[in-house]
Design a binder for this molecule. Structure first.
Ligand SMILES: [Zn+2]
Length: 505
């Protein structure tokens, strides 16, 4: 009989990650001090103490984590990847309604397929660098094919939706309350804004597009897959929403929708449904386990109960609410719902709503602001942030059997940090060290589907600097075609002092 030491009966692995502090997020939430992960064909074969794994497997390649934390890749559950080319353009004095009307709608009538490709590329580079290995795009990319191409180049897992599943774009309720201040009915009034020429305009057109991205799911190992996205915020009729739900059910995927984001769209939904939006959506059979709501900032007690009963998910986007002052932290029930067993995941939303695609930032804001609001240090802790960014994210995107933890059989989506940063020293508790000190700053090497996509801070597959220059040029060209000039914030402290009271809430 051959001893494992002579290599005779070692199982071949493509890659072994060695000497990591493994934060597994497995069923027992194990941490393994000097751990190793054996990987083959994109999957985790086994993980455990380094000596044990190396006695069982031989790797064609090894990566030494040098005692740094290693954890499952973070999962971005609500984001718009194509706006990245006008990141930072919206000045702080711009009202949200103006942002949608004068920039966002305008953007869609000038953006090219190549622009979208580069914007998704930029988003993906950023996410990988920040330790995110999978994202769900909220169905706002006009050419999903180009999004898929960009994701494939970077090697990130992407879950795409059909563009603009809506049939009443004029019902877009966003921003109305901000304009009229405290008017609770005006939000439901139809508003005229620039027509998005390449987006569906009618139910028939939306239905003709609905479900196209699902073809990607035929390959069980596909890195880029499809889900059903409905924009929401007053833009979809109930008929269209239920058709989308049926399509998601039939395909076994999640349905993603913006829901109860600001006081404006929540009030508009309450008016059109005649009751709290989630109560109505539960009654008609829409609110369900496979539904993931972006934001969910404004829920009543009764809505919290039906949300928990339904098993649905919320992609909490703390920065997006905080940037526009929508009350996610002060009025949101996310921490409470999470503690009651609800599936609360995290999202970054978009380039002018949170401005960076860094789930470490979202997790940190979620945990710390929840404490601040409750005035309770234990309200949420670092481990809860990990939970939301990994396991809960996996469930919110419908991939809990494949990603979200380090476990044998799961996809090898792995983030390796480095202890070689000041924020990571001294080495005390690894979870607190990561969560409160370094966050994404110490992300060093990222593996997705078994492929090393970021290696010691560099993308081995392409020249990142060259791509960034190309992205910069494309952004300048796009802004020029849009006729948008970048202006500085208009600072008038005296005027702001006069408006200290909250307009609503
Ligand atoms: Zn969104």
């Amino acid at each position: 009989m051959t001893s494992p030491l002579d290599g005779g009966n070692l199982t071949a692995a493509d890659l072994i990650v060695r000497h990591g502090y493994l934060i597994t997020m497995d069923d027992e939430r194990r941490h393994i001090e000097d751990g190793a992960i054996a990987i083959a064909r994109g999957r985790i074969l086994a993980l455990g103490p380094d000596a044990e794994i190396c006695a069982r497997f031989s790797g064609a390649r090894e990566i030494d984590a040098e005692s740094a934390p290693v954890h499952p890749g973070f999962i971005e559950c609500h984001m718009h990847a194509s706006f990245q080319l006008y990141r930072g353009v919206l000045p702080d004095h711009m009202a949200e309604a103006d942002a949608f009307d004068s920039v966002e709608a305008h953007f869609y009538n000038h953006v090219t397929d190549e622009d979208e490709y580069l914007a998704v590329l930029l988003s993906s580079l950023e996410m990988v660098r920040n330790g995110t290995t999978c994202f769900l795009e909220a169905g706002t990319i006009l050419s999903p094919e180009n999004a898929a191409r960009a994701a494939a180049l970077v090697g990130i897992r992407a879950i795409l939706g059909d563009p603009f599943i809506w049939d009443q774009p004029q019902g877009f309720a966003q921003g109305k309350l901000e304009e009229k201040q405290a008017c609770t009915t005006c939000a439901s009034h139809a508003r005229i804004h620039e027509k998005l020429k390449r987006a569906p305009q009618t139910r028939e057109e939306a239905l003709a597009t609905l479900g196209r991205e699902l073809r990607r799911n035929a390959d069980p190992d596909a890195l880029v897959t499809g889900h059903i996205a409905v924009l929401g915020l007053g833009t979809a009729s109930e008929d269209l929403m239920m058709a989308a739900k049926a399509a998601a059910d039939a395909a076994g995927v999640v349905l993603n929708i913006h829901q109860s984001y600001s006081p404006a769209d929540t009030a508009a939904d309450r008016q059109r449904f005649g009751t709290d939006p989630l109560l109505h959506l539960a009654r008609i059979g829409f609110l369900d386990r496979n539904v993931t709501m972006g934001h969910g900032n404004h829920l009543t007690d009764a809505e919290c109960d039906v949300f928990l009963d339904s098993g649905a998910s919320i992609a909490w986007a703390p920065a997006a609410s905080m940037m526009w002052g929508h009350g996610s932290m002060t009025h949101g029930r996310h921490a409470e719902l999470y503690l009651r067993g609800g599936n609360i995941a995290l999202g970054s939303d978009s380039s002018n709503w949170s401005n960076d695609f860094d789930l470490w930032r979202q997790a940190s804001l979620a945990v710390l602001t929840a404490r601040e609001v409750a005035q309770d240090r234990t309200r949420l802790v670092a481990e809860d942030g990990f939970e939301m960014a990994t396991l809960n994210g996996a469930r919110a995107v419908g991939m809990e059997s494949r990603i979200g933890s380090l476990a044998a059989g799961k996809c090898a989506d792995i983030v390796i940090h480095t202890l070689g940063r000041p924020e990571m020293q001294p080495v005390t508790d690894r979870v607190r060290g990561l969560f409160y000190s370094s966050r994404s700053k110490s992300v060093h090497t990222v593996i997705i589907n078994g492929r090393v996509v970021l290696e010691a801070g560099q993308f081995p597959a392409f020249n990142e600097r060259e791509l960034l220059r190309e992205i910069g040029r494309a952004s300048a060209g796009l802004l020029k075609r849009m006729g948008v000039t970048v202006e500085a914030n208009r600072i008038n402290r005296t005027a702001r002092a006069r408006h200290r009271t909250r307009p609503h809430g």
